[in-house]
Design a protein. Structure first.
Length: 129
């Protein structure tokens, strides 16, 4: 039997090459990668997990999400078809990526001219009960 748990991680960070591109004063400009954020899992994670990521104005699908230094693979952050819009994207987390205790998450910008915001990321997992 397993029980579900989650963590909400707030970034409020602007990734890109142009600090004045987006005009959101609350979005701290960080350049090519977000600040590494920590979250704790009490218990032993089991099976697959997933995350929901809130983004603004993503134009490339090559940006990466790393949990505990491991790239989640595939298209981690999808572009919005019309630009200048908020969206929430879901990405799977393979079994074995999450661990008991301290975990880390970071979003890494792909090379190019894309400027976008990361607001909140909610990570969901199951633990053995």
């Amino acid at each position: 039997m397993a029980r579900a748990d989650f963590a909400v991680i707030t970034f409020n960070e602007h990734l890109g090459d142009n600090e004045s591109d987006l005009g959101f004063p609350w979005g701290t400009f960080v350049g090519n990668a977000t600040t590494v954020r920590n979250f704790t899992i009490d218990g032993v994670p089991t099976g697959l997990g997933y995350l929901l990521i809130q983004t603004y104005d993503v134009q490339s699908e090559d940006h990466r999400i790393k949990i505990n230094g491991k790239d989640l693979g595939g298209a981690d952050v999808r572009p919005h078809p019309t630009g200048n819009k908020w969206q929430t994207w879901m990405d799977g987390i393979e079994s074995g990526v999450l661990k008991s205790g301290n975990n880390t998450i970071q979003i890494v910008r792909a090379p190019g001219g894309d400027n976008f915001l990361i607001n909140n990321v909610t990570i969901h997992w199951r633990v053995q009960s």
